[in-house]
Design a protein around this ligand. Sequence first.
Ligand code: BDP
Length: 353
Amino acid sequence: MSGASGVWVICISGDQGIGMTGISAYTHHFMYLNQIERSFSAAHALEIKFADIHPAGYPTVVAEENMGKALTKESNGELTFKYFHGGVLGSEKEVVEQAQVGAVQMTRVSLGIVGPVVPDVNVFNMPFIFRDQAHMRAVIDGDVGDAILDKITQSEFGLVALAWMDGGTRNIYTKKPVRSLEDLKGMKIRVQGNPMFIETINAMGGNGIAMDTGEIFSALQTGVIDGAENNPPTLLEHNHFQNAKFYSLTGHLILPEPIVMSKITWDKLTPEQQTLVKKAAKAAQLEERALWDAKSASSEEKLKAQFDGVVRSFVPMHSIVRIDEVERMGTPKISEAKGVSNIMPFPMPMPDK
Ligand code: BDP
């Protein structure tokens, strides 16, 4: 059997046991053309399935959908885009697993769940690492932001990290008011599955409990947890405010969230397509930032209205929970993260540019 005919059979049937002798010349011809067509389209055309757990209209979702439209347009239709919002493809962890095997091509993931796999990113997962949102943005826009994206790409995570989405400032929300660290004592507070977050809540006096985003609503309702922590848009859009009426402005985490692509998909792209994807993701980073600011402000307004008439909320705690205090408490994970954060001191200084 010639090399070429061997290729035909292997590629089309996937069964190396089939010989050429029993196949008619006409079928050979057809199969050969079919094969050429397939390998041609495989190199150029690709459907990108993108999944996000947030609902329609959420800043990340809007920016990601627009990124998909730009990609389709700029690739002249070679890259098509199918978007799944609202967690229809599963939890964030499940979607990451699908992306790792190439069943989903792109997603946005919280650094919270990346930390246990890529410890370098835990520098951003440390409490009070950024002074404020502007500080975080300046850092992710600079060399350190790129270095952390590279760490993800070079790890065993199986995903290429392309750009950052803004995940805002995370504060604690509870069923009973928390006006001081004293009030937090013994309260079960949901965090993402990252030991560093559990230790942070524990260091603040609470009891950190890890669970998926999708379980928070009923866990609050049934009292399995006393509270959780997140930014205003998530508190509003995931309806957690219905069962947790107090929002204490702890500002303990300011967490950017990378847009990632399956390495399997990335390797199928031509260098031009890779450049296009990177460019589109970076543009989405900036677009989402503006959307984020508007959504965060409107969410706060809506939440205040929801909370009014029930009991007071939005308790500022910045002055109570301070970086030096949490640092004094010290926790093994925070110390460990400081150990790997040799690219930046703790707390991180504002970059010059
Ligand atoms: C939101 C993030 C999302 C996380 C979620 C959580 O955007 O990626 O999964 O918090 O805490 O703010 O589970």
